[in-house]
Design a protein around this ligand. Structure first.
Ligand code: ADP
Ligand code: MG
Length: 253
């Protein structure tokens, strides 16, 4: 695996006259938790959509493990290159199948992701189960494996979604507000898990809870109106006058 798995250079996305993301460059490295913060409408979700391949940039390019993937569709970026993981992203809108069990949901996610690799053992139902169980273990849902997914609490559903992403064995994780709607206990657990995950993945986190962001991030990028206003370690961002000004009237740490 490359030490710098995901690089964005000059990413720009316009919607008519609006520049939702303007000339944003970013490097996501394994072992580094990179948080993107900014007021509502700053372009954070659009940035994630561009990186995941859900949306085409108006300008700029994206490199995955050194390879230009700017024109790759989302499914191909999720698969990645043989021998290297791809991009795993959690959706704000759930894609859980509520009538299936928790384990079945995660197993299917693993199978779909690996189905492209013809000889992958994970492609078979039996082969995917250990990967699915390991992913459930990681997010703390192993005890709920046999439950029907539709009976989970909102917070548990979010954890299930994360397990479904992890089961695909991605190199890069793009998490857009993973703590949304979680209770304090689940939030705390997930925040700790994010730290662990960042050791093995390149992790981009978008999160509104500033206590969590400043506690877990190694690097922060502050976006305002589509642009990068500031970037640095938490202490530098906290001390930045420009960041404070941009957030006037908003809560930051
Ligand atoms: P954030 O996630 O930081 O709140 P978004 O990326 O969702 O911000 O949105 C950035 C800006 O782009 C907003 O002004 C939003 O209205 C606009 N925008 C996002 N997606 C679309 C779209 N599909 N069509 C038109 N405008 C969009
Ligand atoms: Mg958003």
């Amino acid at each position: 695996m490359s030490a710098m798995p995901l690089v964005a250079e000059g990413l720009t996305r316009r919607f008519g006259g609006l520049t939702a993301v303007g000339d944003v460059s970013l490097t996501l490295a394994v072992g580094e938790l990179h948080a993107v913060i900014g007021p509502n409408g700053a372009g954070k979700s659009t940035l994630v959509n561009l990186l995941a391949g859900e949306m085409e940039p108006s300008a700029g390019r994206i490199l995955l493990g050194g390879r230009n993937v700017t024109r790759w569709p989302a499914w191909r970026r999720a698969r990645g290159r043989p021998g290297q993981g791809g991009i795993g992203r959690s959706f704000q809108k759930t894609n859980v199948m509520r009538d299936l069990t928790v384990l079945e949901n995660v197993r299917l996610a693993a199978q779909v992701a690996h189905g492209f690799h013809a000889r992958s053992w994970l492609r078979s139902p039996r082969g995917a189960v250990p990967a699915a169980l390991a992913a459930l273990e990681r997010v703390g849902l192993a005890d709920e494996a046999e439950r029907v997914a539709g009976t989970l609490s909102h917070g548990q559903l979010r954890l299930l979604e994360l397990a479904m992403v992890l089961a695909t064995d991605p190199a890069v994780l793009l998490l857009d507000e993973p703590l949304a709607g979680m209770g304090p206990e689940e939030s705390e657990r997930l925040a700790a898990l994010l730290r662990t995950l960042a050791r093995e993945h390149a992790l981009l986190l978008i999160e509104h809870d500033m206590d969590v962001v400043f506690a877990v991030a190694d690097v922060l990028t502050v976006m305002v109106e589509g642009r990068v206003l500031e970037r640095g370690p938490p202490a530098a961002i906290r001390a930045s006058a420009a960041v404070r000004e941009a957030y006037l009237g908003h809560a930051i740490a």
